[in-house]
Design a protein around this ligand. Structure first.
Ligand code: BG6
Length: 512
């Protein structure tokens, strides 16, 4: 396929990047993997780019014992290892804003100490603005920590300033099914209003995922085609090359359906398929997403096998290196039937999408890392080139590539120079990094900045969470009865059974 490239026509027609005001963070699970890999590097990057006020602090709260100095040293060391480039002076200044308090999550004295530290740090860094409680602890601790924050009144305006400036950030998973998601929400809502709760789905912070909104609702040429009359089917794939890594303890209890499908994939589905919101406001966008998720055709238990496929990876060779099967990974039970791959066919029962299949899949240890949304349009109704042997013309395909390289691609048929009828498929390509000449920011940077700014647009509303668990409940119930699971070799495209979701063999999953 030939490629034609895009250039920027009008520079920065609209580019607003507001900087956050004074903010104090209380990070629970401050010495954990997520905090070191995502939070601190993203905060540093925002600080380096002057998108954060100098009036900020991070109070690390956790079980590990650290003094303030140890904690600062350890954050600095890890940033030096992680970041490709850093500004020496800024890095030194940045870590000076870090402090630490250790204790047990169940212990009231720990929260008392946190409270005293927060008040001191407010004064030391002159922060009288937002206070953000960040739950970076394992999900089984969410309720405990929030209950304690609530009981000790750390979230109360008397201690923390104005109500709307006190925020709670929660990482997925938001429950493990509908009942537990409701229960978690009850606890969160006991102490925080919905407008204070920021549920992170980091896929919503990815540039191309956000670009779906701009692409769909700031251009007029595609929206008239964005429906059952012109679109044949939609695919959403999140393929990973990595295995379970060192997270078996969590992953084996979750599996791909809970870990990726319930959140990242269904959120992308909602953005691709929702109706146009009336304005670019958090609640208006979130309303449309919820409406869309509620329109997903419900499954009966008997239909699950027809619409959902699951499997688990076995060993294989990736880049000349032998990799273990899921059951041989550290801390995975040898008889685990947790799925590492899910594929599904969903329908959306509304006027726009009736009977258009949406194919969604995600898996670990697949051939390559690729996240993409592929919109396949209907083929032309009649080929006037039949006489020339060109009967079945390939359909136009629009691809939003989210990873590894962010970009948009549209395939078109065109005449190739030469004999009278000679056709080629061309691809119009917009490679974000090439076009804009900047490295795509880490999703957490966008999300942390928005949280400090009090913008919930890219965070998940609890209605959305409940709607997505409702879609998946029959699947979870049906799978919980199963005693075994199909397999696929590492470094493959997943199990062959995923092909059975397609009505005929003329089309199928896009290649990994
Ligand atoms: C996380 C999942 O939410 O997303 C992981 O828990 C997964 O299992 C990760 O590996 C993938 O994120 P990304 O941004 O690398 O596609």
């Amino acid at each position: 396929m030939k490629k034609i490239e895009a250039t920027i026509q009008k520079q920065d027609m609209l580019c607003i990047e507001a900087a956050a005001g004074p903010t104090g963070f209380a990070v629970f699970g401050a010495s954990g993997d997520l905090a070191y890999r995502k939070l601190y590097p993203s905060l540093y990057e925002l600080y380096r780019r002057d998108l954060m006020s100098d009036h900020f602090y991070v109070l690390g709260c956790g079980r590990s014992e650290y003094t303030e100095q140890n904690f600062q040293d350890s954050v600095e060391k890890s940033l030096r290892q992680d970041l490709d480039t850093f500004d020496e002076a800024k890095l030194k200044a940045f870590v000076k804003h870090f402090s630490y308090v250790s204790g047990s999550y169940e212990d009231e004295a720990f929260y008392q100490e946190i409270c005293e530290n927060l008040l001191n740090l407010d004064e030391r860094f002159d922060v009288s603005g937002a206070r953000i409680f960040y739950l970076s602890v394992p999900p089984f601790l969410y309720e405990t920590v929030v209950e304690k924050i609530g009981q000790m009144k750390l979230q109360c305006p008397a201690i923390s300033g104005r109500l709307q400036q006190v925020r709670l950030v929660v990482e997925k998973p938001f429950g493990r099914d509908l009942a537990s998601a409701r229960q978690l929400d009850d606890v969160l809502h006991r102490y925080f209003q919905e407008s204070q709760i920021y549920r992170i789905d980091h896929y919503l912070g990815k540039e191309t995922v956000q670009n779906l909104l701009i692409f769909r609702f700031a251009n007029s040429i595609f929206e008239p085609l964005w429906n059952r009359n012109y679109i044949d089917h939609v695919q959403i794939s999140v393929a990973e090359q990595v295995g379970v890594e060192h997270r078996a303890g969590y992953y084996d209890r979750s599996g791909a359906l809970r870990d990726m499908f319930q959140n990242h994939l269904l959120q992308m589905l909602a953005l691709v398929a929702m109706e146009a919101p009336v304005s670019f406001e958090a609640d208006r966008i979130r309303d449309e997403k919820v409406k869309l998720l509620r329109s997903v055709r419900p499954l009966s238990a008997a239909d699950v096998d027809k619409y959902f496929i699951r499997a688990q990876y076995t060993h294989g060779v990736i880049d000349d290196k032998s990799v273990p099967g899921y059951r041989q990974e550290a801390d995975v039970p040898a008889d685990s039937i947790t799925e590492t791959f899910v594929a599904a066919k969903l329908f959306i029962d509304n006027w726009r999408w009736k009977d258009v299949p949406f194919y969604l899949r995600t898996g670990k240890r697949l051939k390559r890392k690729l996240t993409e949304i592929v919109i396949t349009f209907k083929s032309v109704p009649h080929s006037m080139f039949q006489m020339e042997g060109l009967d079945d013309l390939p359909p136009n395909v629009l691809r939003f590539q989210i990873q590894p390289q962010e970009g948009m691609y549209l395939s078109l048929q065109a005449k190739r120079p030469g004999s009278k009828i000679c056709m080629s498929t061309l691809e119009m390509a917009i490679d974000y990094q090439e076009v804009f000449g900047v490295k795509m920011p880490e999703a957490y940077q966008r999300l942390l900045l928005d949280c400090m700014l009090g913008d919930q647009t890219l965070f998940t509303h609890h209605d959305s969470i409940l709607a997505s668990w409702e879609i998946l409940m029959p699947v979870l119930e049906s799978w919980s009865q199963e005693k075994e699971i199909a397999s696929y070799p590492a470094d493959s495209e997943g199990p062959d059974s995923q092909a059975t979701l397609w009505p005929d063999s003329a089309c199928g999953w896009s290649q990994l």
